[in-house]
Design a protein around this ligand. Structure first.
Ligand code: TYD
Length: 133
């Protein structure tokens, strides 16, 4: 599995549009946890880490930001700026989030409960573990 943009249904309505995701139709994993990142001061960076096991799906519900994904060898930038698509990130990819616009809102769903032991917070350690895959 590699990181990929997942397009979500968009139900156009003159009363306002609606999008959604559910497992297994749009999302390749069952949701165990939901969190969101907001009120990010200009220039701040969030989420410089990888996960040993957990998978995530990130949506810019409001505003915009970039997600930089590193596979241990090269980096790829995904710009998220619409609420009807998101970025799926499998386990064992380094990711950082930056370029948050004012009032941006990042929604993140994961297939695991919060577990600090699942984090890899050191990039060199990530590269070593990634090479061993
Ligand atoms: P962290 O994942 O390091 O944030 P970011 O990826 O944006 O750098 O989490 C920041 C803090 O919040 C950390 O002390 C753990 C806590 N936290 C929880 O308690 N539960 C959660 O679901 C998350 C994502 C974080």
């Amino acid at each position: 599995m590699i990181p990929k943009i997942i397009e979500l249904p968009k139900i156009y309505d003159k009363r306002g549009n609606l999008s959604f995701f559910e497992n297994p139709n749009q999302l390749p994993f069952p949701i165990e946890r939901t969190y969101w990142i907001y009120d990010v001061p200009g220039g701040e960076v969030r989420g410089s880490h990888a996960f040993k096991e957990q998978q995530e799906f990130i949506i810019a519900l409001s505003g915009s930001f970039d997600v930089l994904i590193h596979n241990g060898k090269e980096e790829q930038r995904f710009s998220l700026n619409r609420s009807y698509y998101g970025l799926y990130i499998p386990k064992m990819f380094w990711r950082r989030m930056e370029n948050f616009s004012t009032n941006s809102l990042a929604l993140i769903v994961s297939d695991q409960p919060y577990n600090e032991d699942d984090y890899i917070r050191n990039f060199e350690e990530f590269k070593t573990l990634s090479d061993e895959k």
